[in-house]
Design a protein around this ligand. Sequence first.
Ligand SMILES: NC(=O)c1ccc[n+]([C@@H]2O[C@H](COP(=O)([O-])OP(=O)(O)OC[C@H]3O[C@@H](n4cnc5c(N)ncnc54)[C@H](O)[C@@H]3O)[C@@H](O)[C@H]2O)c1
Length: 261
Amino acid sequence: MPIFDHPFDPATETALVTGAGNGIGRAIAQALVGEGVRTVFADINAETVESAIKSSANPALATAWVGDLAERSECDRLLADARTSLGLITHFVHSAAPPRREADHALAVTDDTWMRMRAVNVDAGFHLGREISRALIAAKVPGSMLYLTSLHAETPRNLPHYSTSKAALAMMVKEFAKTLGRYRIRVNALVPGAIAAGGFVADPTLARHIPLGRLGRSDDLAPLALAVLSNRISGYVTGVAIVIDGGISLTNWFEAPNLDA
Ligand SMILES: NC(=O)c1ccc[n+]([C@@H]2O[C@H](COP(=O)([O-])OP(=O)(O)OC[C@H]3O[C@@H](n4cnc5c(N)ncnc54)[C@H](O)[C@@H]3O)[C@@H](O)[C@H]2O)c1
């Protein structure tokens, strides 16, 4: 059978995608249902999550879930609801992240914004990933998880709450991968560059710093995301960070923050 014809087994494999209402999470969730995978689209925004499902290739395979993943009780409700609609969750994508605002530099960011970023990115990412893994281990079924990190896990973004949470996620991927590999659960990071997807409002002139000559699109990420999630294609890949950035990491393009803004 050609390798790329059936990356997933729709009879046994299912997916939960956070941040599925917009941008990269939306593109990945839509691509998963396009491959016949029953998928929960989770997001805080009911309107965008419904429209993501409606415009997907196969809305019948998608389930909407709306809630605030900054809350532990909501994460638990998501797990319970996803198990009701999917049974065992075999694939998990954590793309949800609170909005990034340029004004939130180190001298300005509030405690609330700091804690919310950590709660959604790191705390929810850890709790959901661990609970999904525990269920896979109990069922003796392999799985895979993908975390959206950032180039700013390693270089400052002038948004300390964001970059530190992505740095934490990058290490969490490695911790999970090391511990869970023995259970055939693979855990990887997808590292986008400048993707004009909604969460990042880019100055179009940024394109001149990108070797491939343009900003990225969410659809640039979905095919590789699916390839890394697929146990058939990437069954021996775990604990790595896969960069999709048109080459922007070869340039250094962020000025220091404007403290007067
Ligand atoms: N766009 C980029 O250039 C870029 C670059 C590097 C990393 N990333 C990462 O990729 C991921 C997707 O980013 P994006 O720009 O495509 O989209 P985005 O930031 O618009 O999407 C994030 C989604 O998460 C949802 N969300 C926010 N807070 C939530 C909460 N408390 N509970 C549940 N859902 C919540 C939002 O409603 C939104 O639909 C993020 O984790 C982001 O940090 C993006």
